[in-house]
Design a protein. Structure first.
Lengths: 395, 204
């Protein structure tokens, strides 16, 4: 009732009319031409320039830009381990501060001895030093971006623990989304706080490395534009790719646009849906995402795009996987195979997610248990008045 | 032939996940292997043994929100689908329903009436060993319970399946089969069509 659908519907009409398919096609063709013609050494030189300051995240083409790699053969026996997390966030309307992280995993073994092991690790965090960072001093609550970091660390820990059960020499650990901890440069996050998350995260990556289990993160329908941005760097005429300087050319009369502008708003997914055939992967690029400056060099994050048959997916992995042709081939072959088995999406991730999901019913049970535990100690469970009003919704 | 509470442990085939005074639903321990339709089952509840007849089997996704989807390809089908998707063993489950037909307290005589209490949730369901099935089927008044049941399966088809299962459990006991046919003829004397459909279905 409150959403004024008639107003929205009008705007949807207007929005659809701004979509210019022909313009999009021309710009995509330009991007494809640039992908094939741009010299990766030129892009590397421009990015290595200490003065360079592009305004966007740019893929670093250590090898080529346009190379494509055919699907490697699938091993006869292999295992794929997926992990995914979900949480009950701290509720500021609740008299007790706590959060729950539920990390699901699925270990699927294929080949001559098919098997599946699926479970979840559920943990309630409530101790002061679990729910605050330096409670006595900064009293920084673990919520939002910090909680997302915490969950990422838990997922890695569960992967490491579950990986000990792998009996197949050819295994792959898989996470949903990204290996890049975006939250590491959240405003106000000090270096010791950052290390509190980054260190166990990198320790887990290293443990998988020692176990010989490559790890990759899988993004379906990615919106990243790192490679398009590398092409923009290739086009740039500024002496050292300083995007700020282009602001001046908008002020000219008549106004001009930067030479890279036709590539703006394109995403890598469009580009590689035209460039890759089914089963092929793109070149493996190094991510230059800003937070990766906090990572150790051997755990730097690389990525490639993969034509899964249904869509273009982005697959991320640490440097030790990207630089090992055997492991890289394994990631390529196994992720592609997962997409075939899972009708477009890896079953190891689907099943891990199913294990991780905290349903509305589960949330209510947790809340009820908290209320009862408090009642046992004669604490009356009083929720905030605002929350009461939302729950009752009287007219 | 005493089938008391001291017999060796029997193979558990399922666990009760829904229960009421008329019957129960159990989850089968092995995917795609519910007990044979019409076969006699037992649930031990301390000193009491409750008897039931398997009345329906079904396999579907564990999560009601996740329906099964097509998994086969030109090369991978039937049993190979399960090898290619090992998680199916965990995301699918086989359930079976059973109708209560009697009970026995300790070594007292078997009573072919509904038990005073339904079997508890999460208790084990076992197949009745042939000796116990033979003992239970010595008398046939419980056929009436099966015929009056209103399950998903037509009652006469369930009764016919049960008679076939017991006939085999009794080692193809023709004399028993004739007695069962006579009992059915009495119970269905007013419904020629149903009578014929049962008699046709139990013909050895």
């Amino acid at each position: 009732m409150p959403l004024k659908l008639d107003a929205i519907a009008e705007a949807i009409h207007a929005m659809a009319s701004t979509f210019d398919g022909a313009d999009q096609r021309d710009r995509l063709q330009l991007a494809l031409d640039r992908l094939r013609a741009t010299d990766p050494a030129h892009v590397r030189r421009r990015l290595d320039d200490p003065q360079a300051h592009p305004a966007w995240v740019v893929a670093y083409p250590e090898r080529s830009l346009a190379a494509t790699y055919p699907l490697p053969p699938l091993p006869a026996d292999f295992a794929v381990l997926g992990a995914d997390g979900s949480m009950i966030e701290p509720d500021r309307h609740n008299p007790l501060r706590f959060f729950v992280i539920n990390t699901g995993y699925a270990l699927l073994t294929y080949g001559s001895q098919p098997a599946a092991e699926m479970d979840a690790v559920s943990q309630l965090y409530y101790q002061t030093d679990e729910i605050f960072i330096s409670p006595d001093h900064r009293t920084l609550p673990i919520e939002g971006a910090l909680l997302a970091l915490k969950m990422a660390v838990e997922e890695m820990n569960v992967l490491v623990k579950a990986a000990t059960a792998i009996t197949q020499p050819q295994a792959l650990a898989l996470r949903d989304g990204t290996l890049i901890l975006w939250g590491l440069d959240s405003p106000g996050i000090a270096d010791d706080v950052r290390q509190r998350f980054l260190q166990p995260y990198q320790d887990a990556l290293r443990t998988l490395q020692e176990m010989g289990v490559p790890i990759a993160a899988y993004t379906s329908y990615p919106n990243a534009d790192d490679v398009v941005n590398a092409l923009r760097v290739g086009l740039c005429r500024d002496p050292s790719v300083v995007c700020r300087r282009c602001e001046a050319i908008f002020q000219r009369v008549p106004p001009e646009t930067p030479i890279c502008a036709p590539l703006a708003t394109l995403v890598d997914r469009f580009l590689f849906s035209r460039h890759l055939a089914k089963g092929e992967r793109s070149e493996c690029f190094r991510s230059r995402q800003d937070v990766l400056k906090f990572y150790d060099a051997d755990q730097a994050i690389y990525f490639f795009y993969l034509h899964t048959g249904s869509e273009i997916a982005r697959v991320e992995m640490p440097a030790w996987v990207a630089r090992d042709p055997v492991l890289l081939d394994r990631v390529h072959a196994l992720v592609y195979d997962q997409c075939q088995r899972g009708r477009g999406y890896p079953p190891a991730l689907t099943e891990a997610h199913e294990q991780a999901v905290i349903t509305v019913g589960d949330r209510e049970v947790v809340e009820e248990l908290v209320a009862r535990a408090l009642a046992d100690r004669a604490v009356v469970y009083v929720r905030s008045q605002k929350d009461q009003s939302k729950r009752v919704r009287g007219v | 032939m005493s089938e008391g509470a001291n017999h060796p442990p029997m193979e558990r085939i399922g666990e009760i996940i829904e229960t009421n005074s008329l019957g129960f639903v159990a989850e089968s321990f092995v995917l795609h292997q519910p007990p044979a339709l019409g076969s006699l089952l037992r649930v031990a509840v301390s000193e009491r043994t409750i008897f039931a007849v398997a009345s329906l089997g079904a396999t579907a996704g564990i999560d009601p929100g996740r329906r099964a989807v097509r998994r086969s390809t030109a090369e991978i089908f039937d049993e190979a689908v399960y090898r290619a998707h090992p998680q199916l063993e965990h995301t699918l489950r086989t359930e079976f329903q059973a109708l209560l037909v009697g009970f026995r307290d300790g070594d007292r005589p078997i009573r072919q009436v509904l038990p005073p209490q339904p079997p508890p949730l999460h208790y084990s369901v076992c197949a009745c060993p042939p000796a116990e099935a033979r003992l239970f089927s010595q008398r046939l008044p419980y056929f009436r319970l099966l015929l009056n049941a209103s399950g998903e399966l037509p009652a006469d088809q369930l009764l016919a399946a049960h008679i076939r299962a017991i006939y085999h459990a009794r080692g193809d006991d023709l004399a028993w089969l004739e007695a069962a046919a006579r009992e059915v003829a009495i119970l269905l004397r007013d419904d020629y069509n149903r009578l014929m459909s049962v008699l046709h279905a139990i013909e050895p």
